[in-house]
Design a binder for this molecule. Structure first.
Ligand SMILES: C=C(O[C@@H]1C=C(C(=O)O)C=C[C@H]1O)C(=O)O
Ligand SMILES: NC(=O)CC[C@H](N)C(=O)O
Length: 756
């Protein structure tokens, strides 16, 4: 077994995988604070001897700061101060490498040119070939570096900055079996990581045979129960373990498939319903532009459809209400139960197997309908943040929803590839509704695009137009925030921070949200993941370009998870075509931003997928207002027991909205974003919206380039109608203040331009 000590990094699971594959051994991961200082000796005598070697992983912070490295510095010192002890072989990566050098008396200083997500040529010094023969390319993620080595540590490799300065990239201890590398062998863009691990494993093996033969004969089955597991990072218990095992439950299915003439789109169906009912009592996930494949319209039923709300302001309860009703039942969550468990338990009774659907529908172009009833709704950024930080605390005095899911039983699906429409109900005996609604749909006409105004201002009374107001984020505070980010990026606390801001727009009178949706998505910012949903306490209008996570069957009926982070942005103007944009985007700054999130997502996926692949690395995609760099990461061979809700729960908040490493960056952002008057709470912005289907499929997009409102806000400004827009971007050491401010403004304008 190998012991991996993690320092709350976002690349640790990538390293664990590299070790498992190339050392062929089980990897046990603990945190640098998994043992309390008073049990360090116990760790040393009872735990450490169980392992063939130790890998000390990367992480935020500085090796001299006790709270950043915990047991790591103690371990190196234990050997330094007792040179006669037989040591366990140790391989340090980045922070681990720096700790090794630091504890053996070397200086760790700040780089003048900080490198995060940058590919460099590594030049080994020839006499030790542990890194592999010859030069190779590897990724650097560091703010700190080791200089002026004393003679206890021997240099093994360097790289060169553009100004020719030599930076230390690998070392070994003069006598002890300790090695370290400054670069990241586990990154998707690194080569020779496999070689380092197999060479180190061989070295450790030879060493152990000679000095620690007992470490090679450990019989895992004879160890006292819990000895390993009690300290290892546990796979948090699954929310829905085994929920989908029972396929005998019979849920009624009524379904009709047809085509509608003259290019009828989801927007036309919704507009028809809106005019007929004088309200927008539908939930629309609309993919009417590339790369859309399906659109979904959910029809909540008044006084029947359950809507579940969770607010972090009242963290230990969920509210259950019926759609259209102002009354709700408060359900106290007891014994550590979470809203997620509550949702999942409800779903358990509704499962529909793909086999049953096939019986109803036949083999539909060998494709699966994405959604077959289930939850449609949104989850705030803070709901995800609280899962990550594992603490639930009230955060403000005016409650706003952090999780809002409606259980949908009647819906329509549009297949953009074939133009087929489906009307489906999974209510009992609902064939009649399916029949009559299908007939109604046949008579629906196209929206007259020319009748849709170009801005929300055009929807206001003439005299009111001038009084649409918004308070733009303060540029001088943004400057302070940017500088604070730079300070953390230079001190090694973060590698990338997604800094965001918000503004509030105050409308002089109430404008129907559905009318705003049409302006935004038809006139201003068409997008592949647009959505509309109106609840009693919040409304979301999104024109997001970014898929967060989809969870569906692959061709062999096994689950496949896919994430599609966007990172790297260039404004789309008439003088910038895709070639010019590619030239700007394929630079170290933009590619570094994207690479960091790709590596972070690989780490997140390894939590539940045994096979993680990057199927698209940094392609350039064009949107109406911007060009973006987009990557696709897939997880296959999912560990047993996981469902769509577990996968989402383990991956929030979206890494592209936090930066890396995720935990430290989230904590820092909370502090930095509180500097603006809009405060630290992002709310619905930068959360996720989508569905979890009764077939256990899911698809969630990131809530950006969108606008939302809380009903509460209205009460604050008498008579006015308040909408919010958030925007931001990744800050790295290569960012410049002006450029980031402009990028943030462009992103704000994606939704803001719809208003004025
Ligand atoms: C934060 C936003 O966008 C995020 C940041 C991006 C970037 O830094 O390049 C790109 C897409 C999103 O992941 C936003 O639109 O508000
Ligand atoms: N990736 C890392 O381990 C980084 C180590 C350290 N925090 C630095 O920035 O240099």
């Amino acid at each position: 077994m190998i012991l991996l000590i993690d320092s709350y990094d976002s690349f640790t699971n990538n390293l664990a995988n590299l070790l498992e594959v190339n050392a062929g051994q089980k990897v046990v991961t603990i945190r640098n604070d998994s043992f309390e200082p008073e049990t360090y000796e116990e760790f040393f005598h009872s735990y450490l001897p169980l392992f063939e070697y130790v890998v000390v992983g990367p992480g935020p912070g500085h090796p001299s700061i006790e709270s950043d490295v915990g047991i790591i510095s103690w371990l190196f010192r234990r050997y330094r101060d007792n040179p006669d002890l037989t040591a366990v072989p140790i391989l340090g990566i980045c922070l681990g490498f720096q700790s090794l050098c630091y504890e053996f008396g070397n200086e760790v200083s700040r780089l003048t040119q900080v490198k995060h997500g940058q590919v460099y040529e590594i030049h080994p010094i020839s006499e030790d070939t542990i890194l592999g023969d010859g030069t190779f390319k590897s990724v650097r993620y560091h703010s700190l570096y080791v200089e002026n080595l004393n003679d206890s540590i021997i240099p093994l490799a360097h790289c060169y900055e553009t100004d020719g300065k030599k930076i230390l990239m690998a070392v070994k201890h003069k006598e002890l079996p300790f090695y370290g590398v400054q670069y990241h062998p586990e990154s998707i863009c690194s080569s020779n990581g496999d070689c380092l691990i197999s060479n180190f494993t061989n070295m450790a093996n030879v060493y152990n045979q000679k000095f620690r033969p007992e470490a090679l004969g450990i019989n895992l089955t004879n160890l006292p129960k819990g000895l390993i597991e009690d300290h290892a990072i546990s796979e948090k218990s699954l929310i829905s373990d085994g929920l989908f095992a029972d396929t005998t439950k019979k849920q009624d299915i009524s379904l009709k498939k047809f085509q509608l003439g003259s290019g009828i789109l989801p927007i036309d169906i919704c507009e028809h319903l809106y005019k007929k009912n004088k309200r927008a009592n539908f939930i629309l996930l609309n993919s009417a532009s590339i790369p859309g494949e399906w659109s979904i319209i959910g029809f909540p039923i008044d006084n029947e459809t359950e809507v579940i709300t969770h607010s972090l302001d009242e963290a230990s309860a969920v509210k259950s209400s019926s759609y259209g009703s102002h009354e709700s039942t408060k359900i106290e969550l007891k014994d550590g139960q979470t809203p997620w468990k509550y949702i999942s338990d409800k779903m358990a009774t509704k499962f529909i197997s793909r086999d049953r659907i096939k019986k109803t529908l036949g083999n539909y172009h060998s494709r699966n309908l994405p959604f077959f009833g289930g939850y449609l709704g949104l989850i705030s950024y803070e709901e995800g943040q609280h899962i990550l930080l594992d603490k639930l605390e009230p955060i403000s005095s005016t409650p706003t929803p952090d999780l809002k899911l409606a259980f949908i039983t009647r819906f329509m699906i549009y297949d953009h590839l074939t133009n087929d429409w489906f009307v489906v109900s999974i209510r009992e005996n609902d064939a009649e509704w399916v029949e009559s609604f299908s007939e109604e749909a046949a008579g629906i006409e196209k929206v007259d695009i020319d009748s849709i105004p170009f801005t929300v201002a055009d929807l206001c009374e003439e005299a009111d137009k001038v009084s649409i107001q918004y308070d733009f984020p303060s540029q001088s505070i943004y400057k302070d925030q940017f500088e604070k980010c730079q300070e953390y990026l230079h001190s090694g606390d973060s590698y990338e921070l997604c800094l965001t801001t918000q503004l509030k727009i105050s409308l002089p009178s109430y404008i129907q949200p559905w009318d705003i949706y049409k302006v935004l998505t038809l006139r201003k910012n068409p997008s592949p993941f647009s959505c509309f949903m109106e609840f009693d306490d919040c409304v979301l209008i999104s024109s997001s370009p970014e898929r967060f996570l989809s969870w569906k069957d692959d061709n062999e009926g096994k689950k496949l998870v896919e994430l599609r982070p966007i990172k790297g942005t260039v404004r789309n103007t008439p003088d910038v075509d895709i070639n010019a944009a590619t030239e700007i985007l394929k630079t170290p700054k933009e590619m570094g931003e994207n690479l960091m999130i790709v590596d972070l997502i690989r780490h997140d996926l390894f939590e539940f997928a045994q096979d993680v692949q990057v199927s698209q690395l940094m392609s350039v995609e064009e949107y109406k207002t911007v060009f973006q760099l987009v990557s696709v990461i897939q997880g296959k061979n999912i560990k047993p027991g996981y469902s769509g809700i577990d996968v989402l729960h383990k991956s929030l908040p979206p890494g592209s909205m936090t930066g890396a490493p995720k935990k430290r960056s989230v904590e820092l952002l909370q502090q930095i974003e509180s500097m603006q008057s809009s405060g630290p709470r992002r709310g619905i912005y930068s959360g996720v919206v989508g569905y979890w289907s009764v077939t256990d499929d899911a698809d969630w997009s990131v809530i950006i380039r969108s606008t939302f409102r809380y009903t509460n806000d209205k009460a604050n400004k008498a008579g006015n109608d308040t909408w919010r827009i958030g925007a931001g971007g990744a800050i790295t050491v290569l960012s410049d203040l002006e450029g980031e401010w402009e990028e943030m403004k462009i992103k704000l304008s994606s939704a803001l331009q719809a208003f004025k």
